[in-house]
Ligand binder design. Structure first.
Ligand code: AMP
Ligand code: ZN
Length: 144
């Protein structure tokens, strides 16, 4: 039995304010928005992590999300938008059905991401890039 709240929204068992739907994705208003008009775009198929979403669906999520961002700018008078996806609890994922946030932004909306800027030690940046790119190449070769 699937107890996922977003699967229930797609099935119509829990109400939502739908913005868009097609064969692969469903988009609806976030109930506790950063700014009004904040939308969530989700795959219709249940995936906890963004990494297992098929490429066509992931591409559609990004395409629909960015078009919703443009609609927010043109029709709701926002200046810009953020696309945000939290993958894993430590990254802030609370609902374990992958979702792309479309957050409408205004020049003076009073919201800050608090994006810190750490510094690498000597050689650390190159070593990090090497480790990460090797691991990625291995995983992609295995089809993971
Ligand atoms: P995250 O922290 O990235 O997992 O975001 C989960 C988001 O889902 C939060 O921004 C919540 O406000 C939103 N949310 C949770 N339940 C609902 C619901 N029933 N309808 C709309 N949005 C929801
Ligand atoms: Zn689900």
């Amino acid at each position: 039995m699937n107890n996922c709240i977003f699967c229930k929204i797609i099935a119509g068992e829990i109400p939502s304010a739908k913005i868009y739907e097609d064969d692969l994705v469903y988009a609806f208003l976030d109930i506790s928005p950063i700014n009004k008009g904040h939308v969530l775009v989700i795959p219709k198929e249940h995936h906890e992590s963004s990494s297992t979403i098929p490429e066509a669906t992931a591409g559609r999520m990004f395409r629909v999300g960015s078009r919703i961002g443009i609609a927010l700018r043109r029709k709701m008078d926002y200046d810009a938008f953020n696309l945000h996806l939290a993958d894993g609890a430590a990254a802030g994922q609370v609902v374990m059905h992958a979702h792309l946030h479309v957050v409408p932004r205004g020049v003076e909306d009073g919201f800050r991401w608090n994006w810190r800027q750490l510094k690498y030690a000597d050689g650390e940046l190159a070593a990090t890039a090497e480790t990460l790119s090797k691991r990625l190449a291995e995983d992609l070769e295995k089809g993971e």
